[in-house]
Design a protein around this ligand. Structure first.
Ligand code: ADP
Length: 465
């Protein structure tokens, strides 16, 4: 077994199947040989027995006709299908009455070999010739008085059996060798696509993720493996590209405020004590805040991307969570004179990560205030919906252009109008979407430019992924 496990899988298949086939071939040959042997002997024994019966009949007949022994009549009995057969009739003392005296030698014992009422068969050899021999007693006047012996050379039967033996001795190894070659050919053909896949997979590297393994024509397990590997490679390539894009975007976002901070500080340095210097330092502080928000968002995204297991699910009271969010956002809303209103349908509970859900809602409310007009209204509503809870954040602000709607959830995407007028990193909605996804929920948006936007989060009651 250890020897087998050291072999390649191809060699193992060939060796195992050849051994099993060998066992089947040898057992089959042995069975066929044994069956043929007993059929040959059975036929020969039946003929010998028939011949002996005819002799016994003739003895009886001659005896009652009082002409025993009449050699001529014995000669006429004929030995059908028993070429080269010899016959001998003797009395109890072994004295020959009729037949071939060759059988008188001790090797062909006569009376001793017989048993009352039975035919006795045996193989014997004399002068390098092997014989099949039959002995039987002959009963006359209710007494066993004579013995008849019939022998026939085994030459014909043995040469037929030898031919069969030769056939098997040559045929089995040839058949085995042919099957081993055929199995090897089949296994090699079956493994060819796998070898091609291995070669292709070896070519994949960090800088060459576009390589794909070839798919075989047949729709079998190898095809399924190739498809699975290729789908996996697609995902890895996409993730890799997204990661690269993310790093490029993040570096870009960080460079801009850094450049502003630097130039404002330089300006302030030259004008220390002047009002302009104070303004520059304020601008630098503002940019520092933006960078802090940006780095917080980046950290949050990185954690959400890589560490889904760190999510702590527990029962969360949605109404309490929303009330807490409204409290936290009050100062920002007041600064813009935006009225925040909260309507909760009933005390709803879901399974979720409270901190992450809070972060998602704060992001939506923050956006709603940011993109609202001064003295606008932001309504936060929650209620039971289907097998979960729906949270709606509605504003009456600038709204979102239809062509922007598909892009606002992408990382670093900011609508052209927002870029010039509002601070932001373009990461908020991407974070909200990841958090909602983590809870197996759904995030949708409806918006009318100039009239406002409504963001809806559906969270199922059951545990998230
Ligand atoms: P940020 O607000 O930092 O720019 P977000 O990912 O939160 O980034 O939002 C992406 C973009 O979606 C915003 O730049 C803005 O154009 C648009 N947006 C988000 N929320 C609203 C809203 N309530 N009203 C109008 N536009 C919005």
């Amino acid at each position: 077994m250890r020897l087998l496990s050291n072999l390649s899988i191809k060699a193992r298949i060939v060796v195992t199947t050849t051994v099993v086939l060998g066992l089947i071939f040898v057992s089959f040959s042995l069975i066929v040989y044994q069956k043929s042997k007993s059929a040959y002997y059975g036929r020969l024994d039946a003929r010998l027995q028939g011949y002996a019966e005819r002799i016994r009949g003739e003895v009886e007949e001659q005896y009652y006709e009082k002409r025993f022994p009449d050699a001529k009549d014995f000669d006429e009995l004929g030995a059908d299908g028993l070429a080269g057969s010899l016959v001998r009739l003797s009395d109890k003392q072994g004295k020959q009455i009729f037949g071939d005296s060759v059988l008188a030698v001790p090797a062909f014992r006569t009376w001793d070999a017989t048993k009352p009422g039975q035919f006795t068969f045996a193989n014997m050899e004399r002068a390098n010739v092997r014989y099949r021999s039959l002995w039987a007693r002959v009963e006359v006047e209710d007494r066993d008085q004579y013995a008849v012996q019939v022998v026939v050379p085994l030459t014909e039967v043995e040469s037929a059996l030898q031919l069969l033996q030769l056939l098997f001795l040559l045929g089995v190894p040839i058949a085995l060798a042919l099957s081993a070659v055929a199995i090897y050919a089949i296994v090699t053909t079956a493994f060819r696509p796998l070898s091609a896949m291995i070669r292709a997979a070896e070519n994949v590297s960090g800088s060459n993720l576009s390589e794909r393994v070839p798919s075989p024509q047949s729709r079998d397990e190898v095809f399924a493996l190739a498809s699975t590997l290729n789908t996996m490679m697609d995902r890895i390539e996409q993730a890799f590209k997204a990661q690269k894009q993310f790093i490029a975007d993040a570096s870009h976002e960080i460079r801009t405020p850094l450049a502003i901070i630097r130039s404002e500080l330089e300006y302030a340095q030259k004008r220390i004590g002047e009002v302009a210097a104070r303004e520059s330092l304020e601008a630098a502080l503002h940019e520092t805040d933006r960078m802090r928000k940006l780095s917080d968002d980046l950290l949050m995204l990185a954690r959400l991307d890589s560490d889904t297991r760190a999510t702590k699910f527990q029962r969360v009271r949605v109404d309490e969570l929303l009330a807490d969010c409204v409290k936290k956002m009050k100062t920002i809303a007041d600064a813009k004179e935006v009225a925040l209103s909260l309507t909760v349908d009933a005390a709803a509970e879901i399974d979720g990560d409270e901190d992450k859900l809070r972060s998602a809602i704060l992001n939506l409310v923050d956006n709603a205030i940011k993109y609202s007009n001064v003295r606008g209204n932001v309504d936060i509503v929650s209620g039971h919906a289907g097998k979960g809870v729906e949270i709606t954040v509605r504003d009456q602000g600038e709204g979102i252009e239809p062509e922007e709607r598909d892009h606002i959830f992408k990382r670093f995407h900011r609508a052209a109008s927002s870029r010039s007028r509002h601070d932001g990193s373009g990461l908020g909605l991407a974070i909200v979407q990841l958090i909602v996804g983590l809870h197996n929920g759904e995030l949708t948006v409806e918006s009318q430019p100039g009239k406002g936007s409504t963001f809806r989060i559906f969270l199922p009651n059951g545990k998230g992924s």
